[in-house]
Design a protein around this ligand. Sequence first.
Ligand SMILES: Nc1ncnc2c1ncn2[C@@H]1O[C@H](COP(=O)(O)OP(=O)(O)OP(=O)(O)O)[C@@H](O)[C@H]1O
Length: 248
Amino acid sequence: MRTTNALLYLNGVSVSFDGFKALNNLSLAIEPGEMRAIIGPNGAGKTTMMDVITGKTRPDEGDALFEGERDLTKLDETEIALLGIGRKFQKPTVFEMHSVEDNLLLALKSNRTARAAISWKPNAEDARRIDRILDTIRLNPARARLAGSLSHGQKQWLEIGMLLGQEPKLLLVDEPVAGMTDAETMQTAELLKEINHEKSVVVVEHDMHFVRELGVKVTCLHEGSVLAEGSIDQVSTNERVVEVYLGR
Ligand SMILES: Nc1ncnc2c1ncn2[C@@H]1O[C@H](COP(=O)(O)OP(=O)(O)OP(=O)(O)O)[C@@H](O)[C@H]1O
């Protein structure tokens, strides 16, 4: 097996559905501490890539190495989550009838093994962690509110907070700003930049204002492989990217 210093290294990954190649020899490396934005037209393979990283989909070919040694293609979804890869899906799935704070407590609790979770009581350290997360996700003033009463954007932030409660090393975030107001979108960029001080992040997003605001390296996928990679200015002026994605 190859050795790599990358946190996440996809090498020649292919996935076919009924003969259709959703991923086609995809190679990509995310460095430790990096935040990467992934863009690309509908059907480019972004979700399938996330599914391979999280063990939901097994590739037909290729490796997916985490921290240089763990082959994600040999692990199941739970094992991959325990390794420190957390995923946030597009639609928020917070517990609407619980308070913001209790949602975060539940996330901390579910981070325990089933046996340890039964008798788990939050201690002072857990309380500090929840305070920190609430500050990061801008929901400290709303900590006692029912999650169901939050705006769509706030629910997305709460779910990002719940993900942080699991203490992942790498966060995968799928279209976080879809349906957000412009102000929420810009705040989400700030929030992810803060999170990136401590964690690596891969964010899939169509909103190019948001991607520009992130100010990170961008990868454009097309037909299951990398079409272009570089700064937002390099990628957004790439002729092929304009042709297949931005110019539509
Ligand atoms: N389980 C499946 N069975 C059959 N085809 C699938 C399956 N999952 C994905 N595909 C196909 O694979 C291709 C890649 O899909 P994928 O969802 O990864 O793209 P995407 O880049 O995430 O698109 P979007 O921006 O619309 O979310 C699409 O053509 C899709 O129809």
